[in-house]
Design a protein around this ligand. Structure first.
Ligand code: NDP
Ligand code: HSE
Length: 440
């Protein structure tokens, strides 16, 4: 059978990895797919650089639409990124009857409903394994491997840049800005690194996992998003003293009130495997009613790890290319008519436990006032740590840090108690609040 022909839009970090791995492993890939898979046409703004990557036998153009218009192309890979031209090109490729592979989580988390509907109407596949956790086959695991389960929750380290920053800050005591520059140099960070450090990239990814796990539409606009920019080195240290690590987690949970969908720094018990995922590595925990808790670990970014996922999608599409559309795995795991309108719960309704750090005047009665306010609010305390005054030097010697771990309570209740504590004259700085998950 003649090889399936692929057009590649954007040959940067992931695109070049995809071309190279496909070429290097072509025989094994053909053996698995049942026919050859060849990238025969590439579009990139920098034609000379692109041609130097793919060699003289592959046609390179600077107009992505010329690739879509080529009748010989069966599959279009979109590796440009962003919501702008990438959205137009993906929709045009679908309209032209091409299957699409993309690593573009931003595009799918925001415009997925429109894109999947267009693909279903046209009877083509839109595959996106690389969009979540790079080389880890988590989409396949959730959509197919765990298909017997009623999934209860997913929690993941799904942004390599922020995990790298948190690891380096903890291990080497380095400053945030220094480590961010290093992550950019290593190619982990998004074109706009605020997407990484403000939690937006992780929220794109958890939005996609949530839709697949719970059979709801992709709803990035309903996600609660908090990044790591306000985290202090002191909190990383105190968390460690209390037996926890701080990780930026993407969390989605099924609850009686609806689906929780949130990204924020989280205290995780240091003994959990996921707490020990370091550097730019990713890990996702998924809990199903039948299987229990499962854990997936690997490289979440980088040229060839991400290419591994892109090519897995190419193989899947190649195998199913001639199959009836009804026989294919649905884009979001559930058949379109089984997608539910279960609501995403507001953050104020989320129930979790908390780490609080208060910089207070080091004088009698302060701790009693703070704990009294928590008691009045019905918030139960799990542990309290007071930093010795002599650990704080200079003008701050009359101040101390009080760290409190609470038991579970609703976010709205905690917000009200925080406002009262913050109003105390003896609370000298904005209170730090970090959510805590036992992931048991
Ligand atoms: P890069 O910026 O390295 O590559 C994008 C490429 O697209 C560049 O070569 C760029 O050319 C080209 N391009 C831009 N506009 C056009 C256009 N209109 N037509 C044709 N080509 C164009 O990005 P990455 O490879 O890092 O990322 C690609 C996608 O993969 C993104 O959606 C990203 O979020 C996702 N992703 C990336 C991962 C990673 O580790 N890097 C991991 C997982 C997902 P030029 O440089 O000349 O502008
Ligand atoms: N910027 C992303 C990260 C790339 O750091 O994880 C992979 O999606």
């Amino acid at each position: 059978m003649k090889p399936i022909q692929v057009g590649l839009l954007g040959i940067g970090t992931v695109g070049s990895g995809t071309f190279n791995v496909l070429k290097r492993n072509q025989q094994e890939i053909q053996g698995r797919a049942g026919r050859g898979i060849e990238i025969t046409m590439v579009a990139d703004l920098d034609v000379a650089r692109a041609q130097s990557v793919v060699g003289p036998d592959v046609k390179v153009v600077n107009d992505a639409r010329a690739v879509i218009a080529n009748p010989d192309i069966d599959i279009v890979i979109e590796l440009i990124g962003g919501y702008g031209i990438a959205k137009a090109l993906v929709l045009e490729a679908i309209a032209a009857g091409k299957h699409v592979v993309t690593a573009n989580k931003a595009l799918l988390a925001v415009h997925g409903t429109e894109i999947f509907a267009a693909a279903s109407a046209k009877g083509v596949m839109v595959a996106f394994e690389a969009a979540v956790a790079g080389g880890i086959p988590i989409i396949k695991a959730l959509r197919e491997g765990l298909t017997a389960n009623r999934i209860q929750w997913i929690a993941g380290i799904i942004n390599g840049t922020t995990n790298f920053i948190l690891s380096e800050m903890r291990d080497k005591g380095l400053d945030f800005d220094v480590v961010l520059k290093e992550a950019q140099r290593l190619g982990y960070a998004e074109a706009d690194p605020t997407f990484d450090i403000e939690g937006v990239d992780a929220a794109h990814k958890v939005t996609l996992m949530s839709a697949i796990a719970f059979g709801i539409p992709v709803q990035f606009d309903k996600a609660y998003v908090e990044g790591i920019t306000k985290l202090g080195a002191a909190d990383i240290k105190y968390a460690e003293q209390l037996g926890y690590r701080i990780k930026l987690l993407g969390i989605t949970k099924r609850t009686a009130a609806g689906i929780e969908l949130r990204v924020h720094p989280t205290l995780v018990p240091a003994k959990r495997l996921i707490a020990n995922v370091e550097g730019a590595m990713n890990a996702v925990m998924a809990h199903g009613d039948a299987v229990g808790t499962t854990l997936y670990y690997g490289k979440g970014a980088g040229s060839e790890p991400t290419a591994s996922a892109v090519i897995a999608d190419l193989v899947d599409i190649t195998r199913l290319h001639t199959a009836d559309a009804a026989q294919r795995v649905p884009h979001l795991a559930f058949q379109p008519d089984a997608i539910s309108n279960t609501p995403v719960v507001a953050m104020s309704e989320v129930v979790t436990s908390y780490y609080l750090r208060l910089r207070v005047a080091d004088e009698a009665g302060v701790l009693a006032k703070v704990t009294g306010l928590l008691a009045e609010a019905g918030i139960s305390i799990d542990a309290v740590l007071q930093r010795e005054a002599d650990e704080i030097s200079g003008e701050a010697a009359t101040q101390t840090d009080v760290i409190i771990l609470t038991h579970d309570c609703a976010e709205a209740k905690m917000n009200a108690a925080l406002a009262q504590m913050q109003a105390l004259p003896t609370v000298l700085q904005p209170i730090t609040r970090i959510r805590k998950e036992e992931l048991a």
